[in-house]
Design a protein around this ligand. Structure first.
Ligand code: ADP
Ligand code: MG
Length: 694
C-alpha cells in the first residue's frame, strides 16, 4: 500500500481550487490526473520581470514591469478591434490593449485615475508603445507580489500559464518532507538538495542556468527517477528468476533435424543466439531473453529452432506477432522451415471464423498443434493451450513492455519467453529499460544480402525520379513507394498515399498498387500478393510495409519526406530491399528547406546500414522517446531524466542498485524503507508490492 505521507500529492488535481471538470480533463490528457503529475511538469523557460523602466525607457520587444496611471478607456467599435486603455507616467504614454475582453471587468480592474503596476511584453505600434493583455495587473502596493522570475511551462490549448502557475503553487504547498533514499555521502558530494527542496527549486528557477537538466535540483530528480526504475527492473528480474521455469532438456534430435532441413547454414551469431536460448530453456530458471537483430538478420529461424527443442520435450510453443500481416508472414516462413518435420503449425487470425476456427482452437486445446502463430489480441481471448511451454514475442519496433508477460498466464507454470526485436536498441536504452532481460544479438546479415545504396534527393526532383523509375521498371525493378508521414492523423497519411498512387498510376498505368492501414485486411493481402507476384511493380504504401513484408524482388525503396521519419523507422523501411539478387537503392526524398539536424540524420542513413550505429546516433540527435517511438506506445518513459543528458547517471544508478540489493535485499533497513517510498513515488507500485509480499 502506498505510504500515507504520499497521499496529498497523489490526490486528484481536481481537489485543487480552480480546477473544475473541464480543466481536469485537459490536465489529464496533457499532464496527468494527479497532483504529482503536476509536480513533474517542469518549466521549460523563464520570464524575467526584473526590468522596471519608465515608459520612455521601456524597450519594445522586452518584458517590462511598469507603474502607470490609467487615463482613458476606448471601447472597440467592432468585434475584431481591441479594447484600448491609455496610460501614462511622467515620461510618456503607453496603451494596454485587450481583444475580445469584457469591458465591464476592465473598467473595474483599471478604473480611470488609478495607479497600477502592470507587467507584460512591450510592443511597438505605429510609433507608440503598447502591451497587449498584460500578464499581471496589480495595485502598486502589491507590486512586489509579482514574481521577479516567472517560470514558463509547456502549455496546451485550454490551459493557460496563469491557471497552471496557480495550481502548481497549491500543489507545491502539499509537498511533504520525505525520508532520504539516496546515499547521503553521494548527495553531499554532488551538492544535491533533498527531494522536497529539489522539487520546489525546479519550479522556482532564478535564471536560465536553473533550467539546465544538469542543475543540482534537476539532476537530483532525474537520478531519483532513474534509480527508481533501475531498482524496479532489478526487483522484477529477481522475482521472475525466482519462479522455477521448466527444464527442456531432451536429446535435441528434432532441433538437429530442423537445422539440417534448412537450405542454408546459420551465421555465427545465429549459432550463438540459438545456443544462448537453448541453455536458458534447459535451465530451471525461467527464460527471459531478448533477441535483437535487424530486419532480415534471421531471428525467426533462431526462434523456430528453439521452439523445436521445446516441442521435442512435449510442450507447445507460440509466436505472437504485432500485426496480422506479420503473423501470416511468420506462419508461411515457419511452415516452410517445418516441412518434413511432421509438426503441426497453426495460424490463428481474426479472419479465421466458424468451424475452421473451432477446429484450430480444439487442436490447441488438445495439444496436437505444436506451433501456434497469431497476434497479441488473439492470444488474449478464448485460446486455451494444452501445455504451453515457450512463447516467442515478435515486437518488431513496437515495444509492448506491458504485454511482455501476458502469455505467462497461458501455461501451467511460468512460460519461458523470448522476445525478438528488430529495433536496434542502443546500450543506453538497453540499460534503462530492458535490464531485466538477457540479451542476444544477431550482428551479421544472412549471406546473400546486398548492401543498399542510399541517396538523398530533394522533393523538387520528383520528375527526375519518375524518369529514372521508368528505366528501372523496364529492367524488371520492383519498387516500394512510401508516403509522407503526418503524425497527427492517419487519415491524412492515407489521403496522401492515395493521391500519390493516382499520380504514379497515370505515369505507369496498371503497374501500381496501394497499401495502407485503413484498408480491410483482405484488400491489404490482395495488394501485397499482387506486388509479391509481380502483377504490379510499384507498391505505394504508408509505413505499414515496415512491419514484415518480404518480397525479395523489390529493389528500390523511395521514401517521401524522409526527414519526418525517425531513423529507426527509416532503417526498418530500407531493410525491405536488398533481399534479392539485384542491386538495391533507397531514395530518401526530402522536402526543402531541411534543418541542419534533419540533414545530418539523413546523412547517417546514407553512410551506414549498421542498425546499432544508427540507433545510437539517433538517440544522440533526438533524445530517447523518439528513437523508439515510445510516446505513442505506452513505453514506461522517463519524465524527468533525459537519457542522453543523464547518461552517466544511468550507469551510476545501476551500480548503486546492485549495492543496495546486495546489502539489503528486501529493503528492510531504514534506507530500504525510504527506497520503497521512492518506488511508490515513481509509481512502481507493483514492484513495491512484490517486496511487501516477500
Ligand atoms: P528476421 O526475423 O530477423 O527479420 P528472418 O528470420 O525472417 O529475419 O530471415 C529473413 C530471411 O533470411 C528469411 O527468408 C530466412 O529464410 C533467411 N535467412 C535466415 N538466416 C539465414 C542464413 N543464415 N543464411 C541465409 N538466409 C537466411
Ligand atoms: Mg522475421
Amino acid at each position: 500500500m502506498r505510504p500515507n505521507i504520499l497521499f496529498p500529492i497523489f490526490s486528484d488535481v481536481k481537489i485543487l481550487p480552480g480546477i473544475g471538470s473541464k480543466l481536469e480533463k485537459i490536465l489529464d490528457l496533457f499532464i496527468g490526473k494527479k497532483i504529482i503529475d503536476l509536480l513533474w511538469h517542469l518549466p521549460c523557460g523563464i520570464i524575467n520581470r526584473n526590468v522596471v523602466p519608465s515608459i520612455e525607457k521601456a524597450r519594445p520587444g522586452e518584458v517590462c514591469t511598469i507603474t502607470l496611471k490609467v487615463c482613458r478607456h476606448v471601447s472597440s467599435r467592432t468585434r475584431n478591434q481591441p479594447y484600448r486603455i491609455f496610460c501614462e507616467d511622467d515620461t510618456g504614454e503607453i496603451e494596454l490593449i485587450f481583444f475580445h475582453s469584457n469591458s465591464k471587468y476592465l473598467k473595474t480592474i483599471l478604473p480611470i485615475g488609478c495607479i497600477k503596476t502592470v507587467s507584460g511584453k512591450v510592443e511597438p505600434y505605429m510609433g507608440k508603445k503598447q502591451i497587449s493583455h498584460p500578464d499581471h495587473i496589480v495595485d502598486v502596493k502589491n507590486a512586489n507580489k509579482i514574481k521577479k522570475i516567472e517560470p514558463i511551462y509547456p502549455l496546451t490549448s485550454g490551459l493557460t500559464s496563469k491557471i497552471l502557475l496557480k495550481s502548481l503553487s497549491e500543489a507545491l504547498n502539499k509537498v511533504p518532507k520525505l525520508p532520504e533514499w539516496q546515499n547521503k555521502k553521494w548527495l553531499m558530494f554532488k551538492k544535491w538538495p533533498s527531494w522536497d527542496k529539489a522539487i520546489k527549486a525546479v519550479h522556482s528557477p532564478h535564471s536560465e542556468k536553473d533550467l539546465d537538466p544538469l542543475s543540482p535540483s534537476r539532476s537530483r530528480l532525474a537520478f531519483d527517477e532513474i534509480l527508481a526504475n533501475q531498482l524496479a527492473l532489478a526487483l522484477v528480474r529477481r522475482s521472475q528468476r525466482a519462479q522455477i521455469g521448466r527444464e527442456f532438456i531432451g536429446k535435441g534430435y528434432l532441433l538437429e533435424k530442423g537445422k539440417s532441413n534448412l537450405s542454408f547454414d546459420l551465421t555465427r551469431s545465429q549459432e550463438i543466439a540459438l545456443s544462448d536460448v537453448c541453455t536458458d530453456l534447459e535451465s530451471a530458471d525461467r527464460t527471459m531473453r531478448i533477441l535483437q537483430g535487424d530486419v532480415g538478420s534471421g531471428k525467426t529461424v533462431v526462434a523456430f529452432l528453439s521452439m523445436l527443442k521445446v516441442i521435442e520435450c512435449g510442450a507447445q510453443t507460440a509466436l505472437m506477432a504485432p500485426t496480422e500481416v506479420l503473423a501470416r508472414q511468420h506462419c508461411k516462413t515457419i511452415q516452410d522451415f517445418a516441412k518434413n518435420l511432421k509438426i503441426e503449425v497453426a495460424l490463428l487470425t481474426g479472419r479465421l471464423r466458424g468451424k475452421e476456427r473451432s477446429i484450430v482452437l480444439e487442436k490447441i486445446r488438445n495439444g496436437s498443434t505444436k506451433i501456434i502463430i497469431g497476434t497479441h489480441a488473439l492470444f488474449q481471448d478464448e485460446v486455451e493451450f494444452f501445455d504451453l511451454g515457450f512463447a516467442v514475442i515478435d515486437e518488431q519496433h513496437r515495444f509492448g513492455v506491458h504485454q511482455r508477460l501476458m502469455l505467462g498466464s497461458k501455461g501451467k507454470g511460468p512460460v519461458d519467453i523470448l522476445i525478438m526485436t528488430a529495433t536496434p536498441i542502443p546500450r543506453t536504452l538497453m540499460l534503462s529499460c530492458y535490464s531485466d532481460l538477457d540479451t542476444s544479438k544477431l550482428i551479421e546479415k544472412p549471406s546473400g544480402r546486398k548492401p543498399v545504396e542510399t541517396r538523398i534527393v530533394p522533393q523538387d526532383r520528383i520528375e527526375k525520379i519518375f524518369s529514372r523509375i521508368r528505366e528501372t521498371l523496364n529492367n524488371g525493378s520492383r519498387i516500394y513507394w512510401i508516403c509522407p508521414l503526418v503524425k497527427e492523423s492517419e487519415k491524412i497519411d492515407v489521403s496522401a498515399a492515395t493521391e500519390r498512387c493516382a499520380i504514379l498510376d497515370r505515369q505507369f498505368p496498371n503497374r501500381v498498387a496501394l497499401l495502407h492501414g485503413q484498408m480491410k485486411s483482405g484488400e491489404k493481402n490482395e495488394a501485397i500478393k499482387k506486388f509479391s507476384k509481380g502483377e504490379v511493380d510499384i507498391l505505394v504504401a504508408t509505413t505499414i510495409v515496415e512491419v514484415g513484408i518480404d518480397v525479395p524482388e523489390a529493389n528500390i525503396m523511395v521514401i517521401e519526406h524522409a526527414e519526418r521519419f525517425g531513423l529507426a523507422q527509416l532503417h526498418q523501411l530500407r531493410g525491405r530491399v536488398g533481399r534479392g539478387r539485384t542491386n538495391s537503392f533507397c531514395l530518401l526524398v526530402y522536402g526543402s528547406p531541411m534543418s541542419e539536424i534533419a540533414r545530418s540524420r539523413l546523412e547517417i542513413m546514407r553512410k551506414t546500414e549498421d542498425g546499432f550505429k544508427i540507433a545510437e546516433e539517433d538517440l544522440r540527435l533526438r533524445g530517447s522517446g523518439e528513437v523508439l517511438g515510445t510516446k505513442q506506445s505506452g513505453f514506461p518513459g522517463y519524465r524527468l531524466a533525459d537519457l542522453v543528458k543523464h547518461n552517466e547517471l544511468l550507469e551510476i544508478a545501476r551500480d548503486e542498485t546492485k549495492l543496495i540489493l546486495e546489502k539489503d535485499p528486501y529493503l528492510k533497513s531504514k534506507r530500504g524503507e525510504a527506497l520503497k517510498m521512492l518506488l511508490y513515488l515513481f509509481e512502481r507500485d507493483t514492484v513495491a508490492k512484490i517486496l511487501g509480499a516477500g
